[in-house]
Design a protein around this ligand. Sequence first.
Ligand code: PXG
Length: 467
Amino acid sequence: MTVISTNTPTSELQRLDAAHHMHPFTHGADLGKKGARVITRAEGCWLTDSDGNRILDGMAGLWCVNVGYGRRELADAAARQMQELPFYNTFFQTTHVPAIALSAKLAELAPGDLNHVFYASSGSEANDTNLRLVRTYWTEKGQPRRQNVISRWNAYHGSSVGSGSLGGMKGMHAQGGMPIPGIHHIDQPDWWSEGGDMTPEEFGLERARQLEAKIEELGPDTVAAFIAEPVQGAGGVIVPPETYWPEIQRIVKKYGILLIADEVICGFGRTGNWFGSQTMGITPDIMTIAKGLSSGYQPIGGSILSAEVAEVISGTEFNHGYTYSGHPVACAVALENIRVLQDEGVIDRVRDETGPYLTEKFQSLTDHPLVGEARIVGMMGSIALTPDKASRAAFAAEAGTAGYICRERCFANNLIMRHVGDRMIISPPLVISKDEIDTLISRAWQCLDEAHAQLEEQGLMEPRRSV
Ligand code: PXG
C-alpha cells in the first residue's frame, strides 16, 4: 500500500483529494479540476504548503487560531490528558476534572451571571442545543406557546439543520429543507449595502425596530428568543451602527424574550475583549462559544447560560447531549488555551496595542481606488470593494465577481484574505505582530492593485444602476 505523507508530490495529493475527499461549501468538480492547496505545517501566523510556499494567514484558519499555530503547551496538554483519561462521558451522573475546571474558568470569564456551561463539539451543535434549550425553558416556565426564535438574514449560526435554519444564508436554506418551522428572520444592520439615504444611526434604529415589529407580528407570547452575532462574521464582518444594540437590548427586555449572543467568532479576544458582548455592550442570557475557545486545536463548543436559565433547565431532565459533550481532551486544551491568552496578556494587547495599530493600517486601505469603506473591531475587519465610492455602488457584475478576483490575487500573493460577496475580510491570529500587520497590509494593497487592473481590463468596473 502506498504511504501518503507530506513527502508525496503535490499533484498526487491533489489527485487523491479530488478522488476521495468532499470539501465543505465547495463546488467539488471545479476544485477537482483546479486542485486544492495542500497545507502541511504552520507556525505563528504562517502556513506552509506542500510546494514550500509560506503564506500569511489573515484568517486565523477559520476565525479560530487565536493564539497562533505551533503552541507546544496546547499539544502537551492534549498528550497529558490523552494518557490520563482520553475519554469519559458526562451523561450518567459522572463528570471529570477537565470539564469541571473549564466550566469554572468560563463562569469566571463570562460577563454577568452567565455561569453554567453545556458542551458541544462545534458552534453548530451548540446552536442546536440553544434552540432546544430556549424552547424548553419557556415550556418549563409554563409558557409553552413561546417557541418562535427570531434571527437575521445573512447571519451565520452553523450548518446543521437547526443551526443552519437559525442562520440567514439563503443559499443554505435552498438546499435540504431549511429553515425548519418556528424560525423567523429580520434584516441585518449593514448600513454600507442597505442603508440607502439614512444616516448609520437612523438605519441602526430602523433595523433594530424590525425586531419589535416581528415580535408584534408573531404575537409577543409566542416568541422565545432572539439570536445574533455581536458582530456578524461570515456574513462579511458587519459592524452594526452604534444605535443598534442598545435598541435591541431595549426590545428584548420590553418583551421578556431571551437573548442569545452567538460568540463563536467574537469570543475569546477577537473584538479586543473576552467576548463581543462586552465590546458591544450586550447583556445576553445565553452565549454560544466555539472556535477561539480552543484556538481551533480541538473541536469544542458550548453554550454558557445565565444562572436563571440554568436554574429553570435544571428543574427538568433536558433530553439532549452529545457523546463528546465536555470531551476531556478538548476541555484540557481549551483550558490551556485560556491560560495562554491570560498569562501572555494576548487580549489586552489586541485591545490596547496591536488592535488599534491594525485598525489604523486597515483603514488606510480606503485610500485605494477599489475600496469603499473599511470596518474593523479588534481583529476582525472587512473592506467593501466598489466601482464608485461616492455612491456606495455595487458592481454591475454578479455579486461576488470582484471579490473572487481579489481573493484569487491574494491566493497568488501568499496572503489568506477571504471574500464574502464583494467584501474582503480578515481575522488574523491575535498574536500577530506589528511587523506582520505591515506585511499583511502591503500584500493586501498589492492584491487590490492587481485585482483593480484585472477588473478594468475585463470591463468590470461598471457600477450597478439602481432601477
Ligand atoms: N456561529 C458563528 C457565529 C459562526 O461563525 C458557527 C456558529 C458554527 O460553528 P461550527 O463550529 O459548527 O462551524 C460559526 C462558524 C466562513 C465560515 O466562511 C464561518 C464559519 C464556519 C465555516 C465557514 O466565514 N463560522
